[in-house]
Design a protein. Sequence first.
Length: 352
Amino acid sequence: MRKIIHVDMDAFFVSVEIRDNPDLVNKPVAVGGSKQSRGVLSTSNYIARQYGVKSAMPTSIALQKCPNLILVPGRMDVYKLVSSQIREIFERYTNIIEPLSLDEAYLDVTECKLFDGSATLIAQDICSSIYKELNLTASAGIAPIKFLAKVASDLNKPNGIFVIPPNHVDSFIDDMELRKIPGVGKVTNEKLLRDNLRYGRDVKVLNLEKLISKYGKLGKLLWDRCSGNDDRPIIISRERKSIGVERTFPEDISDLSILNSILIEKLLPELQKRAITHLIENGIGKIGVKVKFSDFHQTTKELSINRIDEAALCELLKEAIGRGGGKKVRLLGIHIGLLSRNDEVEQISFEW
Ligand SMILES: [Mg+2]
């Protein structure tokens, strides 16, 4: 039986701002872009939320709901620093840490010997250390499986913990609304409600095959979660150094213009899509093209540049192909190298 803690900082960005500027205490505050620049909110504090202000809401609408809202621009470098300080606290308890974002992480404390191995006391100690040392509050969920730990961290928010002990897992899931399951969004939930599926117990009694035929992959996920099956491990992820997309062709290609159009029309949009979330936290340091030839020899051409540049990628492709001396191409990939704190080089790429 595993012991998993999901720690989630309360209104993280905005809490850091209020901590660092006492003038903001007890006022409705949000971090986000200005109304003039058609910005959206990233985070708002709990006072602002009472007015109906929410994350991802356009600033103009938030100001209609809460005219006194104080808007502050984000300071990503500060949030990253605080995030690393939080991580240092986590590391006193376990090395098995999976960050989900700057303010949220799963911790596997199964092997932690502190507090006689009580995950509840460990979670309490983590939250009080964060409060004492960083003057910020966090909430935590404790459960034997991952998704329940995440569901639980939301239940006594802010500044609270919630424990789902192993012998309560079944009854908790029975009474849990399906919309709480990570991966079940608003649209999915409405569809489930139309089928009279609201709680875990409604799904549990159904036939797995029928669920899959009706909901596909989601059907399997729902059934697994509602049956208490979630053996996904905590993934100890290192900082991502690059993002790449690549494609292996069914038949080797020798025509440069075809490779060019695959790069521009297929690979580039996919790379841009994947880059969006990471570029909030990291800048681009370089771009590159990878080519694998029909004889499996591989070459990479890179350029130091701070943006994704289509013409430059096409030029890199041309140079890389030139190295093949007329050999056909079996795989083409493009990537961006992200700037990092220590600038080590590591490649993580996605297979299509
Ligand atoms: Mg949070």
